[in-house]
Design a protein. Structure first.
Length: 309
């Protein structure tokens, strides 16, 4: 505290109780780090506001009056209650509790988040989780969802978003497809190939392949006879020889490793698929949401590296 700073009402109560307990303006002012003159003026203002004398001053010591003693006892309880309230909030912030409702993209739930969810429970044992999963776009506010994890660029400006990762992508196909249609040697060959279409369940939009060619992002739209709106169906169609697919590499690591799918056009990288945690603006300070997002950000960073903004 600095000289000549006005003491607020809360500080004046703290000061008054310290004066009663220490029996001295000087010692109480020293304990709170304020000048003695500031302490004297603050008590005079407190007495004037209450309309009664609180302290009897002698040359050697300070004693509370009868009104001062009664007020002191009320102040002790009031300050204790306030301290308990602050402590409880600090405890909630460091050890949050309650139910956290999440909606996770199915693949992210089963392959990234849920395989480590016991770690989250071990760190925050007072949080219970209710998790729905799928690819549909949920209404967070109407459905009472606290947080969703979604791939792609967030488009809902009413939500707060934190980018968790940019996932490397791969274009691949089954050996049977490549034996029948051949291995594309350059992205310009893609329009002559077949692809499994992928469309959003929330609107009628198909997603083309994207590759970086000569430093520029280009889109390619191969032909095809089947389209799906579910990530697992997308991979299954590729495994059955229905066409090329482009998706985050983590989703098909096992299939690439054992040869059920084969990477194509590896010399031309994709743009990468961003994935974000999104939550309603009015819940951005919820301790449960905050600790979950901090935790899941660490999970994604370990898996995919620090995301570029």
């Amino acid at each position: 505290m600095v000289n000549n700073r006005k003491v607020d009402r809360f500080e004046s109560l703290q000061l008054f109780t310290r004066i009663v307990e220490l029996g001295s303006f000087t010692r109480a002012a020293g304990a709170l780090g304020i000048p003695r003159a500031t302490a004297t003026h603050a008590v005079k203002e407190l007495e004037a506001r209450l309309g009664t004398r609180l302290l009897e001053r002698t040359t050697r010591q300070v004693h509370p009056t009868l009104d001062g003693q009664a007020f002191y006892e009320r102040c002790v309880h009031l300050l204790a209650d306030l301290d308990d309230a602050e402590s409880s909030l600090r405890n909630v912030a460091t050890n949050p509790r309650g139910t956290l409702r999440l909606d996770l993209h199915g693949t992210h739930a089963t392959r990234i988040v849920l395989p480590r969810i016991d770690e989250f429970r071990g760190r925050y044992p007072q949080i219970d989780l209710v998790i729905s999963s799928g690819d549909r776009l949920v209404d967070l506010v109407r459905e009472g969802i606290d947080c969703v994890v979604r791939a792609g660029t967030p488009k809902d400006s009413s939500l707060m978003a934190r980018r968790l990762a940019v996932m490397p992508e791969v274009i691949c196909a089954s050996p049977q497809y490549l034996q029948r249609f051949g291995m594309p040697q350059h992205p310009d060959a893609l329009p002559a190939h077949q692809a499994v279409g992928f469309f959003s369940s929330s609107h009628d939009r198909s997603y083309p392949f994207e590759l970086v060619v000569d430093g520029q992002v280009r889109e390619f739209a191969p032909g095809g006879w089947i389209s799906v709106n579910d990530a697992e169906s997308y991979v299954t169609c590729a495994l059955r020889g229905c066409g090329l697919i482009q998706l985050p590499r983590f989703h098909v690591e096992d299939e690439l490793r054992d040869g059920r799918l084969v990477e194509v056009l590896a010399d031309w990288p994709g743009t990468g698929m961003p994935v974000s945690a999104m939550y309603p603006q009015h819940r951005q300070l919820s301790p449960r949401v905050r600790v979950f997002i901090d935790w899941i950000a660490g999970v994604y960073q370990e898996r995919f590296g620090t995301p570029a903004e």
